[in-house]
Design a protein. Structure first.
Length: 260
């Protein structure tokens, strides 16, 4: 996941990362219990421990993980809602992978990304095959609607989809490998969304490329009942701008990562 966000081989000019050269921070959030996972979000609000500074906060948090057991509806209120709302309130973009439970059918989005306190919080990403022109949805990609209730756009999960099938990324030992899953799709969106340059220089285009779920410039919206289950990729114009920003180095992305 980290390679997809910030990967750069300077010797061979291999820019596998959408925001290569970015400043990356990591914190243990997986396999350490829900309390420690929440503590990671609290830390992200003030990494240097000085409440008078804000420059230390990440522009975005990539979450390629999820809780796959238990009642996901139990996450619709409580500590996780507070944590995600706090991150959004200070301008941190929180992006989650939708999950790989697509075989379970509708409402298979894993927790805590089922939360829908507003139309983009939490923002979760499905997996499409970017190697095929029609961008087909991967069968393993978790589907909406959310289990947190609501009507219309509030039910839509995932909010968007991105390449997550056969994605080439970096591995330990100075190598490369291809991986599949929503965990590979989310980093594309995290790097794109967190790009400070894009948000400041092209605010109108940012809104066009980051619309409300089910509206705006997303390429296609499948007809009901799948409308609440799967969103397509952004339009080519938006993606061209995203790739044009690969050379910009003034983006910070915090990634909570797991082993492949």
């Amino acid at each position: 996941m980290t390679g997809t966000i910030v990967g750069l081989d300077e010797a061979n000019h291999d820019t596998i990362g959408v925001a290569f050269g970015a400043y990356w921070m990591g914190s243990p959030a997986i396999g350490c219990g829900p309390a420690n996972s929440l503590a990671t979000f609290q830390w992200a609000l003030d990494p240097d421990g000085d409440p008078t500074t804000t420059g230390d906060m990440p522009d975005g948090i990539n979450n390629s993980w999820g809780f796959t057991t238990g009642n996901t509806a139990s996450f619709c209120n409580g500590a996780w809602v507070s944590a995600l709302n706090a991150a959004e309130a200070v301008g941190i973009a929180v992006v989650f992978s939708a999950g790989n439970e697509g075989a379970q059918g509708p409402s298979s989005i894993t927790a805590p990304k089922v939360i829908n306190t507003d139309l983009v919080n939490s923002f979760c990403v499905g997996n499409v095959n970017g190697n095929v022109p029609s961008f087909p949805l991967a069968g393993s990609s978790s589907q909406g609607p959310t289990t947190c209730g609501g009507t219309g756009s509030w039910l839509i999960k995932p909010e968007v989809s991105a390449p997550g099938t056969g994605v080439r990324s970096a591995v330990p030992g100075n190598g490369y490998a291809s991986f599949t899953g929503t965990s590979m799709a989310a980093p594309h969106v995290s790097a794109f969304r967190a790009t400070r340059f894009f948000r400041h220089r092209f605010p109108l285009r940012m809104r066009a490329c980051w619309p409300r779920p089910g509206f705006g410039t997303l390429a296609t919206v499948p007809p009901p009942p799948r409308k609440t289950r799967y969103m397509s990729m952004p339009t080519p114009a938006c993606m061209r701008l995203a790739y044009a920003l690969r050379a910009h180095r003034a983006v910070r992305t915090l990634s909570s990562k797991r082993s492949p």
